[in-house]
Design a protein around this ligand. Structure first.
Ligand code: NAI
Length: 248
């Protein structure tokens, strides 16, 4: 996929060290964008340390560390035109009675509140430029039950609501916000499904109309499109990449 518009633009990606976020970083770097990459893990070897990349290690649940990382990245590469709020984790598919308050709060802080903090940190500068695009990572668990446990499903549903309201409030000032709702994407987050004889991974593929897992680059491809001017009229929506999971 080749776009001509990302050269020299700054993109901010959270969850940049692994899986979907890492693919998004690589996809934007390949389009000659500059990328502020934020993750709790150190820079993975596949990401070369170049002037195109500002890699910041920070825990997105730590407001001070997260805002400091964003400011450091902005100082290096400028205000982002595009934000991919991708950092997230699963909740072990635990029902509410097996979820204690600390686990609930930690999951929401990681998957949901981090998006609010990133947004409120970068949005004022975007508004000055009258341009900004948000690609917020939801999930099929943001639309139906069963893609996670109580906390994950609540967080992903809330991300969709938050993104719609963000778009509604600022669309007339040059801001666009949309969600992606991935289905079964083969990343380290789902490593447990592939463990042993891979029984769980096979079951998930069998339950998916397309009969397979997707690779993270398939989510990165949609991210490029949603961030591009070709998607300029696409506002406040949720785009599934799920092999047909939600059609059932
Ligand atoms: P992953 O585990 O490969 O990557 C997640 C990244 O987020 C990791 O690099 C991790 O270090 C980072 N992260 C987690 N907690 C953090 C924290 N507190 N501070 C900073 N960084 C943190 O997972 P994957 O699959 O790439 O997931 C990315 C996003 O996509 C998540 O929001 C996930 O919920 C969503 N998603 C993934 C699906 C899948 O099948 N893999 C399906 C639907 C949604």
């Amino acid at each position: 996929m080749q776009f001509d518009e990302f050269t020299g633009q700054t993109v901010l990606v959270t969850g940049a060290a692994s899986g979907i976020g890492l693919e998004q970083v690589q996809a934007f770097l390949a389009q000659h964008a500059r990328v502020i990459a934020i993750d709790i893990q150190p820079r993975p070897g596949v990401l070369a340390a170049t002037e195109q990349l500002s890699y910041q290690v920070a825990d997105v649940t730590d407001v001070t560390a997260l805002t400091a990382a964003i400011h450091a990245g902005v100082q290096q590469l400028g205000t982002p035109a595009i934000v991919c709020n991708t950092a997230g984790k699963l909740d072990g598919y635990r029902p509410t009675l097996e979820t204690n308050l600390a686990a609930w709060q930690d999951l929401l802080a990681t998957d949901l509140t981090s998006q609010f903090i990133v947004t409120n940190t970068v949005l004022p500068a975007m508004l000055k430029q009258q341009h900004g695009v948000f690609v917020n990572m939801a999930s099929i668990a943001g639309l139906v039950a069963g893609g996670g446990g109580a906390a994950y499903t609540a967080a992903k549903h809330a991300i969709i609501g938050y993104t719609k309201q963000l778009d509604l409030d600022y669309a007339d000032q040059g801001i666009r916000a949309n969600c992606i709702a991935p289905g079964a994407i083969e990343t380290p987050m789902n490593a447990a499904d592939f463990a042993g004889d891979g029984h769980m991974a096979k079951w998930v593929a069998g339950e998916t109309p397309a009969k397979r897992w997707a690779k993270p680059h398939e989510v990165a491809d949609l991210t490029l499109f949603l961030a591009s001017r070709h998607a300029d009229y696409i506002h406040g929506t949720v785009m599934p990449v799920d092999g047909g999971w939600l059609e059932k």
